[in-house]
Design a protein around this ligand. Structure first.
Ligand SMILES: Cc1cc2nc3c(=O)[nH]c(=O)nc-3n(C[C@H](O)[C@H](O)[C@H](O)COP(=O)(O)OP(=O)(O)OC[C@H]3O[C@@H](n4cnc5c(N)ncnc54)[C@H](O)[C@@H]3O)c2cc1C
Length: 434
């Protein structure tokens, strides 16, 4: 239901400028010109909505999940790019020239005034650059923080260039109603950016945290525990995640998303299970207890709270255990009577984290590089293993929560759907955010 209302709001916001342009834009022109303007208008509206989609608004991402929100952000960015790239070429054949006083609706010509066109041309060049840099971010190898800053500044520049271009070069944008609408929508987009880079840090600064402990739990995984300082912590649901900033200013871009592996019922301390991967996570072991930290969250929709299925299936690959650990802990602490089964896959035996705790529930460990004396499951989490662990009734009636490598999630999800698990009983979180 929430997803549907968000889609309706999105469509409303994106289509509103198109509808108002049509209502207030004057007499119609040849189809190709209308199509050109329409695509330009749609592209600009979609680009402005991209700011809201990536704005860490809980009302958006907690309803449909952060990864889905970001996938939608990426798909819409590519769609808007195509619209924006096609739009100028569709004006082919339209007489060009300066604005003619007798052609009040700009029906007969398109402008050639370079001042008005130059902002459009600049945006036309910048937009594909921004999208391509985002698509090739990992291959290009620059730091995530650098990319994030570039992406934010680039997007802001594009929005401002397009605002100028739309209002001054566009036939429709120059109508007073449309000018105000574009100004308002650009204001919301810029506001979203300010919210992430200014308001959220200000809010986090007022609610600092402190590192309690950093403990190695496997050769490459650490448990980091923080405690609220002079406040009562935050309200979260087991399975959600937060952006963690340790040892930097609240305004620093050096913050990373991590699932919360503690349970809200366990008290105000919050713990994370963190795997060494890159420049921040490889230095986790050097963090000293007492270091100041900031948490922005909670985010995400990976939660089984309030659901009425008779059982909860938790499927984790590697550090994907983190949010599921939070769910297991919460269920234990609250005396949750639903049945639980866990499948936990790793490469090697020494990568299994929190084994003592997991042994207390119905858990199936899977190792792809087992030691010779291993008597558990071997290989990868696949369809055959799912069929061994879950009965057809469980597949049909339980809620399935999974987190791990993309390939594992694709296989598990595909198999569940094949076995008749409804879509709304399959919850997943991908550890990717761009
Ligand atoms: C919703 C979510 C939950 C996650 N939960 C966990 C968890 O519980 N445990 C765990 O070990 N890992 C988790 N991750 C992955 C974790 O965020 C990255 O491994 C970590 O940010 C890598 O940072 P780095 O600086 O060490 O590595 P880098 O080498 O700098 O980055 C490696 C990759 O991590 C991602 N990344 C880096 N910095 C950020 C950032 N500031 N924001 C978003 N993505 C970034 C980028 O894709 C980057 O390419 C989660 C990711 C997401 C999106």
């Amino acid at each position: 239901m929430k997803q549907l209302s968000l889609i309706v709001v999105y469509l409303f916001a994106v289509l509103l400028p198109l509808v108002l342009s049509w209502l207030f834009g004057g007499p119609p022109r040849p189809v190709h010109q209308e199509l050109a303007s329409g695509l330009g208008i749609l592209a600009f509206a979609m680009i402005l909505m991209e700011f809201v989609l990536s704005g860490r608004f809980k009302s958006v991402s907690n309803g449909i999940g952060m990864d889905l929100t970001m996938r939608f952000h990426q798909v819409m960015a590519r769609t808007a790019l195509v619209f924006a790239m096609v739009h100028p070429f569709l004006y082919q054949g339209t007489p060009a020239g300066g604005h003619r006083p007798w052609d009040l609706t700009r029906q007969l010509t398109i402008t050639t005034d370079l001042t008005y066109l130059s902002t459009g041309i600049a945006a036309f060049l910048l937009l594909p650059t921004l999208v391509l840099l985002a698509i090739g971010r990992t291959q290009l190898g620059y730091r995530y923080e650098t990319w994030r800053l570039m992406h934010g500044v680039g997007a802001l520049l594009i929005a401002l260039l397009l605002l100028h271009h739309t209002v001054y070069a566009g036939r429709y944008g120059s109508q007073p109603v449309m000018t105000w609408l574009w100004l308002g929508m650009t204001g919301i987009a810029v506001g979203s950016l300010l919210y992430v880079f200014l308001i959220v840090p200000l809010r986090d600064k007022a609610r600092p945290w402190r590192v309690v402990s950093v403990t190695r739990v496997t050769p490459k995984q650490w448990e980091l525990i923080v405690t609220p300082e002079c406040h009562d912590g935050f309200d979260y649901r087991a399975g959600q995640f937060a952006w963690l900033n340790v040892g930097h200013s609240a305004f620093s871009l050096k913050e990373n998303p991590f699932s919360i592996s503690s349970a809200p019922a366990g008290g105000p301390e919050v713990s994370f299970l963190i795997k060494e991967l890159g420049d921040f996570t490889r230095t986790i072991g050097q963090i000293k207890p007492g270091t100041a930290a900031y948490l922005d969250g909670p985010y995400g929709s990976l939660s089984v709270d309030g659901r009425d299925e008779p059982g909860v299936a938790l499927i984790a690959g590697g550090v994907g255990l983190a949010p599921l650990l939070g769910i297991i802990r919460q269920m234990r602490l609250t005396g949750d009577r639903r049945k639980v089964k866990v499948i936990y896959g790793n490469r090697r035996i020494d990568q299994i984290a929190f084994r003592d705790e997991l042994d207390a529930v119905d858990v199936t460990y899977v190792l792809s590089e087992p030691p010779t004396d291993w008597r558990g499951e071997t290989g990868f989490i696949d369809a055959a293993l799912m069929d061994r662990v879950f009965s057809p009734d469980e597949m049909r009636d339980w809620v399935f929560v999974m987190c791990g490598p993309a390939i594992m999630m694709d296989i598990v999800e595909g198999h569940l759907l094949q076995r008749g698990t409804p879509n709304n009983r399959i919850l997943s979180e991908r550890f990717e955010y761009d």
